[in-house]
Design a protein around this ligand. Structure first.
Ligand SMILES: [Zn+2]
Length: 253
């Protein structure tokens, strides 16, 4: 069974194709985690997850939405919902501007603390902020996944040493994506998870189109090739990793 640990399925891009996307994923997916980036989209993620048993929600304040020291009390409230299984996406993003760098760090740490209080894993976004993200996750220990991991192999090794998982998506299928291919071939399979990050980062050969969970088949194929394992082995192991991080218990298949 497949898992998609990160998708913005409640976004408007999916409105017209949602029924089709759900239908094609049914019976093939054990879990799809719909991610919010602020209060409203977190609520939307929960509403969508309520409709289908294999959909779950992840709630939090994305670093790009940080415009000051926002109130985060809604997170603990919404997290009580039975379909909320993670806090995210949260993290650091210095790509567009560094104006709110300090606030981003503070709110990232606060959300890690909320996740720890609730016993939930975090889904971490890091863009142009690899060292700061790592320093925070090292100092403020928690359990979680570096969604759409885009760092170096050295840093991947440091993260996995601390027990963090790496989210692998469509980028690994791109011909020129040398670093992530290197990461996937070197890191132990027990630290890898699959995700779409839809609507973006659609794998080859559908690059440029709206991303859909079912395309994770292509991500699994590439991981299998790089790890020199069968697709079934990769699929089973990643599902097991998913259970260890999000399922509360470990279950061998
Ligand atoms: Zn995302």
């Amino acid at each position: 069974m497949l898992v998609d640990t990160h998708i913005h399925l409640a976004d408007k891009e999916y409105l017209e194709i949602l029924d089709q996307v759900i239908e094609e994923a049914k019976g093939r997916f054990k879990s799809i985690i719909v991610s919010g980036i602020d209060y409203q989209t977190s609520l939307d993620a929960i509403r969508l997850a309520e409709k289908y048993d294999f959909l779950y929600a992840s709630i939090g304040l994305h670093p790009q939405e940080v415009k000051g020291l926002e109130d985060l009390s809604w997170i603990s409230k919404l997290a009580k919902h039975e379909k909320v299984i993670a806090i995210g996406e949260i993290g650091l993003d210095y790509y567009w501007d560094e104006q709110y760098k300090e606030q981003q760090k503070e709110l990232f740490i606060k959300q890690i603390e909320i996740a720890n209080e609730l016993g939930l894993p975090v889904i971490v976004h890091s863009r142009s902020a690899h060292q700061d993200t790592f320093d925070i996750l090292k100092e403020h220990k928690t359990k979680g996944v570096l969604h759409c991991y885009s760092g170096s192999l050295e840093m991947a090794k440091e993260y996995t040493k601390l027990g963090y998982y790496l989210g692998i998506g469509g980028v690994v299928t791109f011909k020129n994506a040398k670093t992530i291919k290197e990461v996937v071939s070197e890191v132990d399979l027990k630290y890898l998870l699959t995700e779409t990050d839809g609507p973006y980062l659609t794998p080859h050969p559908y690059r440029g189109k709206i991303n859909r969970p079912i395309y994770i088949e292509y991500v699994i194929s590439e991981i299998a090739r790089l790890q020199d394992k069968t697709k079934q082995e990769v699929e089973d192991k990643i599902y097991n990793n998913y259970l260890e991080l999000f399922g509360g218990t470990s279950e061998e298949i």
